[in-house]
Design a protein around this ligand. Structure first.
Ligand code: WT7
Length: 644
């Protein structure tokens, strides 16, 4: 008999609110928190930082702003790994991490806080032995295995800066990130399992590390490959040999803790810089309030550690709060589409956080793959990465949540470090397609391109006002100009999110990016990155990439290519798509490539991507007068029609 589970929501009119049961257990339930925090946001965050974290020295100044930079908890000292692990050691046997390997014949592994403490101390010593010091950059190119978490936390123990690169990214993408950060050490694995097959990760890692600053490559043995060479060390062997205690390095609150590269409007990804104290404060409190996470809860955030969501909610947030995090290695539908739901049943997951793309994928399958499992342990459902449509929201609510769990639609970015706009479970309301309010102590405004407030309900640009959230980026690595140009040029005293939004009944509804950034299955990609990759092929003369709406993946990249040589056709299209796989990774692979004689351009030579976007969705393009080659438009239109 399947259990029904506790009802955490009630319907009032057209909206869902927390039920009495949820209010009874929720970490926060009083909506007054918003007005209280707004009265003195700096004091509010100061109080939260003190209550939520363990500091070795108090700060002298809670907030200091010299735009475009700002500092939180200046003069305060703390160690991040101590906050994630050491301070929970009153119960060393408590499970910190549940790891579920993909192959069915391998058993899930539970790692307690005590064991985790032991492993990160040892691995921190391994890093030290290999010359890593405070402030050095360590590149991590690992799949979803426990060693990823150990490596990241070990870096924070000694004050090394980790730079995690998504394991599905190509060799070139990894190389660019290693070079920008000047990493001395690369931590990777021989491979991992994906849909039943071992993937060779080491081949890509080796290629990327060639002719870079990388001196040593530490390799996790995951698929049993033999690794030889002076440059290579075995992760587990080294860990075994190391001393068991490593004194934590007390860091300044505003010292850099990690870099994470993300796509902007140019072809080159930028290294988003996150600090220690501000990031930790936001990771802790957003986890606790937005997902109503309690120490006895199991949280499963399905994001890969290669993305910020994986950093903050698959690893750091749950550990900071002393809860249990679940990490799954493999594909969502392996060996069958019931895998995820069986994991929830087997491990009694309470908080489940995923992307709309995954929701849309599971809507399409035979529903028995889901409904046969007992999902009654679920309390909170979360979504992130792109706007979620009403139909998917309702399906997620009914089928996964059994119409009992609130859906928390969290808006945030790699740059913001933690969630910033969403509804809080104990407060509500939960409205399909609407993210909600700015987190207490944070303020967003919806403005026109000059920064003037839009009339209520009208769509505009989403901007954040001072004091800026503690988890916000502290710059772009070694690139002040890029930091200023990307986030501060438009509004000067407000942070430009590059998203559009409008207010609906006082709640924020996100409409999507206003720049040349695509969200493909929730992954962030610049059109220019994909263009650069295709342009590298010597047959290509000119190329434009634009996003096209897609039912499943939200958006997909579509490329328009002008050839210099070679014959257009299916074969070359396949070849160029493969080319993108090799240069960036399969997430960036264009869904289609159209070979066209010319691209619509202005007199100054700018490609009018807007026109291409309109043609793809069968809309009449506007602004043809500004083109030097208006006849190109009809030709492209015909090519799309003939080849679709
Ligand atoms: C962009 C940031 C940090 C979360 C993972 C993505 C879009 C994010 C939502 C949401 C509508 C969303 C925005 C944002 N986005 N969450 N709940 N509703 N759009 O981080 O890869 O840095 O992408 O994702 O467009 O700017 P990211």
């Amino acid at each position: 008999m399947k259990k029904r589970g506790i009802k955490y929501v009630v319907k009032k009119g057209n909206q869902f609110y927390p039920s009495e049961e949820l209010k009874k257990i929720a970490n926060i339930t009083d909506p007054k928190i918003y007005t209280q925090a707004a009265k003195d946001p700096i004091k509010f965050w100061g109080d939260l930082a003190k209550e939520g974290l363990t500091w070795s020295k108090d700060w002298d100044k809670t907030y200091e702003e010299k735009l475009p930079y700002f500092k939180w908890f200046k003069g305060g000292k703390l160690n991040f790994s101590v906050n994630c692990v050491d301070r929970h050691l009153a119960h060393p046997e408590k499970t910190a991490l549940i790891w579920v390997p993909e192959p069915k014949d391998e058993k899930p592994i539970k790692i307690s806080y005590g064991e985790l403490h032991n492993k990160i101390n040892k691995f921190a010593n391994v890093l030290k032995t290999n010359g890593i010091k405070k402030g050095d950059v360590v590149s991590i190119y690992l799949p979803m295995i426990p060693q990823a978490l150990i490596a990241m936390l070990a870096c924070t123990r000694i004050g090394a800066i980790h730079s995690v690169v998504f394991s599905a990214f190509a060799s070139d993408a990894l190389k660019a990130r290693i070079q920008d950060g000047k990493a001395k050490i690369l931590i990777t694995s021989d491979g991992y399992y994906r849909r039943g097959k071992p993937e060779n990760l080491l081949k890509k890692a080796k290629k990327a590390a060639k002719r870079t600053t990388v001196q040593k490559i530490i390799v996790v043995n995951r698929i049993g490959k033999k690794v030889r060479g002076r440059k290579f060390l075995d992760f587990d062997d080294e860990l075994e040999k190391a001393e068991s205690y490593c004194k934590p390095e007390m860091m300044n609150s505003e010292d850099t803790m990690f870099l994470l590269y993300t796509s902007g409007t140019t072809g080159k990804p930028k290294g988003v810089v996150h600090d220690t104290g501000g990031y930790a404060t936001q990771a802790y409190w957003t986890c606790k309030w937005n997902f109503d996470l309690h120490p006895e809860d199991v949280m499963w955030c399905t994001a890969d550690i290669g993305w910020v969501t994986g950093h903050t909610y698959a690893m750091y947030g749950p550990l900071l709060t002393g809860a249990t995090t679940l990490v799954y290695e493999g594909g969502p539908d392996f060996p069958n589409p019931g895998r995820w739901w069986k994991i929830i049943q087997d491990h009694k997951v309470n908080v489940f956080y995923t992307a709309p793309t995954a929701v849309r994928m599971f809507m399409k399958i035979k529903q028995n793959w889901i409904t046969k499992y007992d999902l009654s342990s679920l309390k909170i459902l979360g979504t992130v990465g792109e706007p979620i449509d009403k139909k998917s929201w309702m399906w997620y609510f009914k089928t996964i949540g059994g119409s009992r769990c609130p859906i928390i639609d969290t808006w945030w970015q790699t740059e913001t470090g933690g969630t910033l706009i969403n509804t809080i479970p104990g407060i509500g309301p939960f409205v399909p397609t609407v993210s909600g309010k700015s987190f207490p102590g944070i303020k967003h405004v919806i403005v026109d391109d000059k920064g003037k407030p839009m009339p209520k309900g009208r769509q505009g640009f989403l901007a954040q006002t001072s004091p800026f959230a503690p988890g916000m980026l502290h710059g772009v690595f070694n690139n002040h100009k890029k930091y200023v140009d990307t986030y501060w040029k438009k509004f000067k005293t407000m942070y430009d999110t590059s998203d559009g939004a409008y207010l609906q009944d006082g709640l924020i509804r996100i409409t999507g990016r206003t720049d040349d950034v695509m969200k493909v299955a929730g992954h962030r990609l610049a059109t220019a990155e994909v263009e650069n990759a295709i342009h590298d092929n010597r047959k290509v003369g000119d190329v434009a990439v634009v996003p096209m709406p897609d039912k499943m993946r939200g958006q997909v990249p579509i490329a328009f290519v002008v050839l210099k040589r070679g014959k257009p056709g299916k074969k070359l299209e396949q070849k160029l798509r493969k080319y993108v796989d090799i240069k960036i990774g399969p997430t960036a692979r264009p869904a289609r490539i159209f070979f066209v004689p010319d691209l619509p351009k202005t007199r100054s030579g700018k490609i009018m991507r807007r026109i291409l976007k309109a043609l793809l969705i069968n809309e009449k393009p506007e602004g043809l007068m500004t083109l030097v080659n208006p006849t190109s438009v009809d030709k492209i239109k015909n090519i799309i029609t003939e080849n679709s």
